[in-house]
Design a protein. Sequence first.
Length: 385
Amino acid sequence: MNLETQLIHAGEEEKKYEGAVALPVFQSATFAYSNEDNYHDTKYLRLNNTPNHTVLHEKLAQIAGGEAAVVTASGMAAITTALLTVLKKGDHLLAQNCLYGGTRVFLARDIADFGIDVDFVSGNAPDEWKKLVRPETRAIYVETMSNPLLEVAELPSVVAFAQSHNLISMIDNTFASPVNFRPLDIGFDLSLHSCTKYLNGHSDIVAGCAIGSRELITRIVHRLNIMGGCLDPHACFLLLRGMKTLALRVEKQNENAHALAAFLEKHPAVECVNYPGLSTHPQHNCAKTLFNGCGGVLSFEMAGDSRIADAVISKLQLPISAPSLGGIETLITRPVQTSHSGLTEEERRDAGISERLIRVAVGIEAAEDLCADFEQALRGVEEEK
Ligand code: PLP
């Protein structure tokens, strides 16, 4: 089946409860025994195994081309639980240097408390990975498109490197969503998502997921059950509903982001635009080969300092000034103030994130209206100079 059909039908139970077309919310912490022979099979909300969970697990596994999947309380719950499953005391991880701020902070500071060592590497320097890999290296961790600079790592090389060094390859595929890229198809072992973003798509829940082989997901589920990062049934309900329109939304967001990036690139007040769909992006060819679309996030810098960036943001009428991405409405932020505020100045400099960088997470409005809004905001700032 095609992805659009899987999004509607995969994992849905044939039996309709009281004939309900939409799966109801099973708001029950516990369920009557029905001859389960082990604890992990008894139905209990923390074990993420109510009907609202199992339909999501099956649908996510199918749309991502994995054997199994599990949903979690947030994207960070998926990421931290997966990392703490794959890695143990004494292990070493290679991680891309330009990662989502929460992940970067966890790897740069917290994970050392668990006796795990991390080296940050460029996603485009296999020679550097070779120099840093050690006998105790267990995994390599990257993002499909880095946040907020939209760099595209050499993803097939990451897989080849992991396979030749017996490492688990992990990827945060949030920015692409399974519509634009399916990492398991090119050999990644584990695909992680903040479902808060595109998969749900309506900025009204936080959720996460991990997708991969049954063996790896079983290990993650075990750790998740103990650590308690389960997803609430009402959030499951909203996520399932959101996922049904994933393909439509992401296709529109691909188009909108491309139109806005092209508009900004031509604008004289804009110094640079980061969007892999633009032919000027350094990894454009790689993105074109690997992805069905480049997603809804772009970032840009204007001449001047962070005050100019703030002035533009304040003059925009449509985008809401808020963190996050992947929702139906356009959001705008300065990553230094939001997603990457937990990094030190030096870490941000190393990652190439300037004070004046603006990130736009494009929604599903009309591209024409978005471009017109940016046009008036940029003109307004120029006139005030
Ligand atoms: N991964 C990426 C790429 C993100 O952008 C985010 C949040 O912005 C996360 C993970 C964390 O997701 P959550 O907020 O659902 O925990």
